[in-house]
Design a protein. Structure first.
Length: 282
């Protein structure tokens, strides 16, 4: 395997008033690693969102300057890393992820020309200064602890004139599941998501220019509660920063009954509040 492991120890950053609570990145990485083999089959919402981000990225032969080096933050199985490589025709493409299991799966695929896989933390990118023309990231930065560190790291590694297109999740994501759990107990079952203004503040503090934003709701529908859980746990996104612990049979029945009150003709809804950020280094 040609994966470069640049992170012997995943360091944590002291929590500030603007930051969500500290997340255990080793547990996050382990959850996504275990989901690698089935991720692409279950990640329907993630694919819809990533496609919107890809459409914002330069295309080879367009009026944009030639793209030589590209970074995919939170590359997972490498599906979008390969699409990004093909679209931009970049000479150097790096797929970065916390989860070694994801990177092993990516490396085992046959179509990896011009791609290197890098196990590292986006808050501390182990890449040379001003080495990137383009940063792509879809549904990865919501797992960060320190957004000032994240955007400062992106700003340091982008070339002048370089750009970044990033999708993340806002408060209100998984609201149906959160409201249903509230009928069961008072514990925290859903991770807290960072609001738009906090992210924009961190972007500006890093010296990056926010060129565009797009906020919308991506809503999926599933036949039953098991399918809802599969859509989340099956892609590795089930890490919780709360104290929920184990759930008994009675609690699950109450949860199911609460969620059923939200059923629509299409099925049980799962909402993702999406924010797409387009940034430039000027």
């Amino acid at each position: 395997m040609n994966t470069m492991t640049a992170l012997a120890e995943m360091q944590t950053v002291p929590q500030s008033a603007e930051q969500p609570r500290q997340r255990d990145k080793r547990k996050i990485a382990d959850a996504f690693s275990k989901a690698a083999g089935q991720y692409d089959q279950l990640a329907e919402a993630q694919k819809r969102i990533a496609q919107k981000v890809l459409e914002l990225c330069p295309t080879a032969g367009s009026d944009e300057s030639e793209i030589e080096s590209v970074l995919d933050i939170g590359c997972g199985t490498g599906y979008w890393t390969r699409r990004l490589r093909d679209q931009t025709q970049a000479r150097w493409v790096t797929g970065l992820d916390l989860a070694e299991g994801m990177l092993r799966f990516a490396d085992e695929q046959s179509d990896n020309q011009h791609i290197q896989w890098l196990c590292a933390d986006a808050e501390q990118l182990p890449l040379p200064a001003e080495s990137l023309d383009l940063v792509f990231s879809s549904l990865a930065i919501q797992w960060c602890n320190d957004y000032h560190a994240l955007f400062s790291s992106i700003a340091r590694t982008l070339k002048l004139g370089g750009e970044a297109h990033i999708a993340t999740l806002l408060p209100g994501t998984l609201c149906e599941l959160e409201q249903s759990w509230a009928k069961v107990d008072k514990k925290t079952h859903i991770n807290r998501f960072t609001d738009e203004q906090t992210l924009i503040h961190a972007i500006r503090q890093a010296g990056l220019t926010l060129s565009a934003t797009d906020q919308y709701c991506e809503r999926m529908f599933y036949p039953d509660l098991r399918a809802v859980f599969d859509s989340i746990k099956g892609v590795g996104a089930h890490y919780s920063e709360g104290d929920a612990g184990l759930t008994g049979r009675h609690s699950l029945l109450t949860l199911k009954q609460a969620y059923e009150t939200m059923r629509r003709s299409e099925g049980l809804p799962v909402s993702y509040q999406v924010l797409i950020l387009s940034l430039r280094k000027l």
